[in-house]
Each structure stands twice: as C-alpha cells, then as structure tokens.
Design a protein around this ligand. Structure first.
Ligand SMILES: NC(=O)c1ccc[n+]([C@@H]2O[C@H](COP(=O)([O-])OP(=O)(O)OC[C@H]3O[C@@H](n4cnc5c(N)ncnc54)[C@H](OP(=O)(O)O)[C@@H]3O)[C@@H](O)[C@H]2O)c1
Length: 307
C-alpha cells in the first residue's frame, strides 16, 4: 500500500459516511461519493468508479437504511445492501484493496438472553435484516481483504436518527410514548468512524498481522445497553439546555403498542469481545458517547445563536 493511500468513501453523505470523512481526513487521498455522483444500485457505474479511483481502501457507508420502508421495497433494499457490497468486494479483491463494510444487529431475531456473538446464528425478522445478512454473505463468499462491522442503533449530530427525532418531537409535544422492551446499544457515528480509523490504521501499518489473522466479521458497538425508552430518557436528561428547559414526560410502552411494518428484535445487544481482543480497540460506553454528541449539538446551537 502506498504511503498516502487512496481512500474511497461511498455513502459519504450518510451519518457514518460524514464521520468517516472526518476520521480519515489526514490518512490519505480521499474520494468521497454519494448519490449525487453515483447510483450504487447500478453495478457498471460502481465498477467504473472503483477502476477510475483505484483505491487502496474502500469504506462502504452506503446502505438502504429505511427499516420500515424496506418491507414494501425489498428488491431495492437487496440491491443496495447485498448486490452493491458484492460488486465492491469483487472489485476490492481484483485490485487487492481493503474493503470495510457495515452491517446490523437486525440480522438477529432477538430471542437470545445475553449479548450476541459472531458465532451466533442470524435469523433476521425483517426485509432490511435479510438484505444486510445477504450483503455480509456476499462479501464473505468473495473473500479477500475485508472487514464487516456489525453495529447497532446508529445516531449522531447529522442525518435521520433517533436522537434528532426525539429533540424535534420534544419541541412539539409534552408527552412521548417510547418502546421499552427492545434492548440494544446506541452507537454514535463518531465512535464508529473513529473505531474504523484505528482498526484500518493498525492493518495498514502491518500491526494486525497477516490477512488471515484479521479479515472477517466483528461486532462493533458502543458498550452497555438500554431500551429505546431508556435512550430517550437519557437524551432528555442531557438536553435541557438544547430544548430551553421544555422537557417532555416519557412513558414506557410495549412493542405491541407501537406497531411498525418491520418487526424488530427484543434483544439485539452485541458482544464486542472479538473486536476488542483482535484489534485492541474499544468504543465508549453508550451514555458517554451520548454526552459527546449532545455537547457537539449544544456548541453548534450556541454558535448559531451568537452569529
Ligand atoms: N442507522 C442505523 O441505526 C444503523 C444500525 C445498524 C447498522 N447500520 C449500518 O451502518 C451503515 C451506515 O448507516 P447510516 O446510518 O450512516 O446510513 P444513512 O445515514 O442512511 O446513510 C446511507 C447513505 O447511503 C446512500 N445511498 C443509499 N442508496 C444509495 C444508492 N443507490 N446510490 C448512492 N448512495 C446511496 C444514502 O443516500 P440517500 O440518503 O440519498 O438515500 C445515504 O447517504 C449502513 O451499512 C447501515 O446498514 C445502521
């Protein structure tokens, strides 16, 4: 690999894509593309993009992430979450590039007591989970130098996510009913991008050993866990300043009381032990990571007020 690697980030306008651009900004020559530049569902476009950029590292942050909409658009979800990753993996394999890809806790059915490991058998309950699992399998079949990071409940200062939805709803309503029987690990786009950076840096520096020692699937989330309701309460406990003191009452409800097109797992907490041991990288506890995002949003809010 060259001293200043060529890094291609696809899905660069998404939550994780934006943070990857920040984390990797001093690591090489970055080409960041999103829908404005390319439709990744078109395999020929994707192949010619990769051949033109000739990257050493491909970071795939693109995905079809509308979990409920995927129930009515399963082919589209499959195109971007399974067929595109196969094309990326084939191109990476052909040129010897490293491919980093993200997958989801929703590959599991949620019925296990305790955190899921990489050895546990997936059993996705919705179209999104099925398409993401197919993407993992496609990359594994192609082989080569790849990392698949299964993560969960991604949010951050930008994009469509639970935190920003809660802040918006708090301005409109005095009470919010939030599901309290689905457990997972809220993970910030910031932590995930930084963990990706540390891991890739180790690999590029030859500190992770030969490909066989590190290529594969890893669970990569913030540590600890909570329910969506617990997450909402934690947000409002920190967001007093952002919301000018207008804090809603949060009422816990069951999944049955909030029907959605896509079924979601009750327990999708992932064990990060394999990732921590293999790379010596650990993401922050979810509530500490939340502090950092709230602090960032508060800073942006304050500079907006001052300008
Ligand atoms: N969000 C979560 O809670 C969550 C949880 C677990 C795992 N993950 C995984 O983490 C990764 C990053 O997720 P994220 O939350 O950062 O997603 P995101 O914010 O939805 O970003 C995905 C990006 O991919 C782009 N994209 C989709 N289809 C495309 C196409 N055909 N051509 C070009 N670009 C396309 C989207 O553009 P448009 O906006 O224009 O469609 C968007 O910019 C994904 O692999 C996701 O499955 C996410």
């Amino acid at each position: 690999m060259s001293v200043r690697p060529q890094i291609l980030i696809v899905g660069s306008a998404g939550q994780v894509g934006l943070e990857l651009q920040r984390s990797f900004r001093d690591s090489g020559e970055i080409t960041a593309v999103d829908r404005a530049e390319i439709d990744l569902a078109v395999a020929d476009e994707t192949r010619s993009l990769i051949r033109r950029v000739n990257p050493d590292i491909i970071l795939n942050a693109a995905a079809y992430t509308a979990v409920d909409r995927a129930e009515s658009e399963p082919e589209l979800a499959m195109a971007i979450n399974a067929h595109t990753p196969r094309v990326l993996a084939e191109e990476a394999r052909r040129s010897g590039a490293l491919l980093v890809h993200y997958s989801t806790d929703y590959v599991f059915d949620g019925e296990k007591h305790g955190p899921w490991t990489e050895e546990d058998v997936p059993n996705p309950q919705n179209s999104y989970g099925i398409s993401k699992l197919a993407g993992e399998e496609a990359i594994r079949q192609v082989g080569g130098k790849y990392l698949i990071f299964r993560t969960s409940w991604v949010y951050g200062p930008h994009g469509a996510n639970f935190l920003l939805t809660m802040l918006r709803l708090a301005k409109q309503r005095d009470r919010l009913s939030i599901v309290d029987d689905q457990f997972g690990a809220p993970t910030t786009s910031i932590e995930l991008a930084d963990a990706t950076y540390y891991t890739v840096t180790k690999i590029v520096a030859g500190k992770a050993g030969p490909v066989d020692a590190w290529a594969g699937l890893y669970h990569t989330t913030c540590s600890g866990s909570t329910s969506w309701c617990g997450f909402a309460k934690a947000i409002f406990a920190r967001a007093g300043k952002l919301l000018g003191g207008k804090l809603p009452v949060v009422d816990p409800i069951r999944s049955e009381d909030y029907p959605t097109p896509a079924k979601r797992p009750h327990n999708s907490v992932l064990s990060n032990a394999k990732f921590n041991e293999r790379f010596g990288v650990q993401l922050s506890p979810w509530d500490t990571a939340l502090d950092a995002v709230i602090a960032q949003l508060s800073k942006t809010d304050q500079s907006r007020a001052e300008s």
